[in-house]
Design a protein around this ligand. Structure first.
Ligand code: NAP
Length: 251
C-alpha cells in the first residue's frame, strides 16, 4: 500500500470504462493504489472480476457493470447508480475502445459505424450522463484517444476518425465545463502491448517498433501513470490538452 501522502484519491470515486483488460485495467489498478473507490465498466460484469479483485486487494471498494457503452439508457442508469451507491463521482476515464481495421476501399459501413459508436459515441454518452455529478465535485475527465487521432493511419480510417473526434470532444467539453472547475484532457497512446495490438501481424508490430524512437512497446502502466498525473494534484490547472504517451512514435 502507498504511504498516506501518495493516496491522494482517498474518498474520491472514479469510473473507468473498458476496465477488464489492458490499459483500462492498469488505470483502474493505479487509481486503486491512490485510494480511489471504483466503478468499473466492460461488456460483461464477469469479465471484470480479475481487475476488480486486483483493485480490492489494494483496499479499494469496487462496483462492476457489464454495459455496452453505446447504449444511452444503460449508461445513464449506470452513472445514476454509481452516484447513489458511492455518494458522487469525481473522476471519469473514457477508455473503452475497439478496432476494426481495413483499407478504406474494403471498409464496410458496419465497421465504420461500430468503431465510431464505441470509441466516440460511448465517450459522449458517459460525458453527458456524468457531467452534472462531475460539475458538483469539480472533477476530472480523461479520454483515452490515440496518436492515430493526430497523425492518421492507413487501414484505420474509422479508428483514426473516432480518436480525432474524441480529441475534439475533449477540447469542447473542456471549454464547457471549465467554469465549474472540471478539467477535461485526452491521453494519446502510441503502440501499447495489449490484446488490441496482439491482433497485429508480425510485420506490422516490427514496423511499429522500428518507428518508436524509445525502442520498445509501451505498457498499459505507462498510460496509467499519465492518467494518474492528470487526475492528481499535478493536473489541477491543465485542461483541454492531449498528452501523447508514445515513446516518440508521432515525432
Ligand atoms: P483492449 O485490451 O482490447 O481492451 C478493450 C476494453 O474495452 C475491454 O475492457 C473491453 O471490454 C472494453 N470494451 C470494448 N467495447 C466495449 C463496449 N461496447 N462496451 C463496454 N466496454 C467495451 O484495448 P486496450 O489496448 O487496452 O485499449 C484501451 C483504449 O486505449 C482504447 O480506447 C484504445 O483505442 C486505446 N489505445 C490503445 C492503444 C494500444 O496500442 N493498445 C493505442 C492507442 C490507444 P471486454 O473485455 O468486456 O470486451
Amino acid at each position: 500500500m502507498q504511504p498516506a501522502s501518495e493516496r491522494f484519491l482517498e474518498k474520491k470515486v472514479a469510473l473507468v470504462t473498458g476496465a477488464s483488460r489492458g490499459i483500462g485495467r492498469a488505470i483502474a489498478v493505479q487509481l486503486a493504489r491512490r485510494g480511489a473507490t471504483l466503478a468499473l465498466v466492460a461488456t460483461t460484469s464477469e469479465g471484470l472480476e480479475p481487475a476488480a479483485k486486483e483493485c480490492q486487494d489494494l483496499g479499494a471498494k469496487v462496483l462492476r457493470f457489464g454495459v455496452d457503452v453505446t447504449q444511452a439508457a444503460a449508461v445513464a442508469d449506470l452513472v445514476s447508480q454509481v452516484t447513489k451507491e458511492l455518494g458522487g463521482l469525481d473522476i471519469l476515464v473514457n477508455n473503452a475502445g475497439i478496432t476494426r481495421d481495413q483499407l478504406l476501399l474494403r471498409m464496410s459501413e458496419d465497421d465504420f459505424d461500430r468503431v465510431i459508436a464505441v470509441n466516440l459515441k460511448g465517450a459522449f454518452l458517459f460525458l453527458k450522463a456524468a457531467a452534472r455529478p462531475l460539475m458538483k465535485s469539480s472533477g476530472r475527465i480523461v479520454n483515452i484517444a490515440s496518436v492515430v487521432g493526430l497523425t492518421g493511419n492507413a487501414g484505420q480510417a474509422n479508428y483514426a476518425a473516432s480518436k480525432a473526434g474524441l480529441i475534439g470532444l475533449t477540447k469542447s467539453t473542456a471549454k464547457e465545463l471549465a467554469s465549474r472547475g472540471v478539467c477535461v484532457n485526452a491521453v494519446a497512446p502510441g503502440f501499447i502491448a495489449t490484446d488490441m495490438t496482439g491482433q497485429l501481424d508480425e510485420k506490422a508490430r516490427t514496423e511499429l517498433l522500428a518507428a518508436t524512437p524509445l525502442g520498445r512497446a509501451g505498457s498499459p502502466e505507462d498510460v496509467a501513470l499519465a492518467v494518474d498525473f492528470l487526475v492528481g494534484p499535478a493536473g489541477a490547472w491543465i485542461t483541454g490538452q492531449v498528452l501523447v504517451v508514445d515513446g516518440g512514435l508521432s515525432l
